[in-house]
Ligand binder design. Structure first.
Ligand SMILES: [Zn+2]
Ligand SMILES: [Zn+2]
Length: 341
């Protein structure tokens, strides 16, 4: 079978390797669609602290079961599936206290273990999630980033009736905003400095979009949400400006979910966190229930994915996809890699 491997920074090769066989508890998946994630690009340019070469990338993907191991129960040949790409130890404190998604030894398939950039991947049955049979492989490959949004929003508890501010309209910010609405938020406002990303946010049905490069965020919040402002804030950009805005514009006693990945250490006024009794809450990945909710939100149309799909590349042009994303910057949202279609 064919496989794409990142062998050195900015060097991906297409190679021929032996087709794997599933172990007893595994299924063999024929990969159909792979989503390229920001972290893949960071790794490609050797800028990711936790991913190093050589690695087969691809942690957002969908496909079809083509073989099952002897002890596989709930999956069958022909099932359309996606995968929760978490390899966990099962014995550390987080694992034994219900938080396996932040396992001390967490390895992400496609990041610290070989991923889906190949024609066939064997995956343990416990990590395989069945997709509705009428869900497209495009949407199936995007369940993972939607689940990131679901988990982030759920860190707030029940969001019904809440007014939520999302800072950053990249794929994760966009999806988190849509998820918040889908889970019952009364109103959602999203910000960015990219007109392109904000237009996509509008296409996805997000209530309020604010271009902070040309508009004053504070007055937009006042006019949209009233003097009590947002009930919660999701920081989805991972830069100094947005975490500063979050803390500065938060009403007293609110929660700020830190979703963005910070490449540099921000300098923030912790005095405001103390004085306003803010809670800064981190979020990393997701759990199985977040995958289930993500699938429901996609199926019901509460989360729209099509406006986010910027481009498709064939499997043989993996490197071109990476170059395209780098070149188009904020004008590229989700890029998908297609296999055999
Ligand atoms: Zn990702
Ligand atoms: Zn663990």
């Amino acid at each position: 079978m064919k496989q794409v491997r990142l062998v050195a920074p900015q060097t991906v090769i297409l190679e021929e390797v032996e087709k794997p066989a599933p172990a007893d508890t595994q299924v063999l998946i024929r990969v159909k669609r792979i989503g390229v994630c920001g972290s893949d690009i960071h790794a490609y340019y050797d800028k990711h602290p936790y991913i190093s070469c050589p690695i087969v990338q691809g942690h957002e993907f969908s496909g079809e079961v083509v073989e099952t191991g002897e002890r596989v129960k709930a999956l069958a040949v022909g099932d359309r599936v996606t995968v929760i790409p978490q390899l966990v130890c099962g014995v550390c404190h987080p694992c034994t206290h219900g938080s396996y998604h932040i396992c001390n030894e967490l390895k992400v398939i496609g990041c610290q273990a070989d991923g889906a950039a190949r024609e066939f991947i064997p995956v343990d049955q416990e990590l395989v999630v069945k997709l509705p049979q009428d869900m497209s492989f495009d949407h199936g490959a995007m369940v993972e980033p939607v689940a990131v949004g679901v988990h982030a929003v759920r860190r707030l508890g029940d969001v019904s009736g809440m007014k939520i501010l999302v800072l950053g309209a990249g794929p994760i910010g966009n999806l988190a905003a849509q998820v918040a609405k889908g889970l019952g938020a009364a109103a959602v406002m999203i910000t960015d400095v990219s007109a392109f990303r904000l237009e996509k946010a509008r296409d996805c049905g997000i209530d309020q979009v604010v271009n902070v490069a040309v508009e004053l965020l504070e007055s937009r919040i006042d006019s949209a949400f009233g003097i009590d402002r947002a009930d919660a804030i999701l920081e989805c950009a991972g830069v100094q400006d947005t975490i500063e805005q979050a803390i500065g514009l938060a009403r007293k006693g609110t929660d700020i979910i830190v979703v963005g990945v910070f490449a540099e250490r921000p300098m923030v006024d912790l005095g405001l966190v103390q004085d306003k009794e803010l809670r800064l809450i981190g979020t990393l990945m997701y759990k199985a229930e977040d995958y289930r909710t993500a699938i429901e939100l996609i199926q019901s149309g509460s989360v729209r994915l099509d406006p986010l799909i910027t481009k498709h590349f064939p499997f043989q042009e993996y490197a071109d996809a990476y170059k395209y994303i780098e070149e188009y910057g904020d004008r590229s949202q989700k890029v998908l890699i297609d296999l055999d279609e």
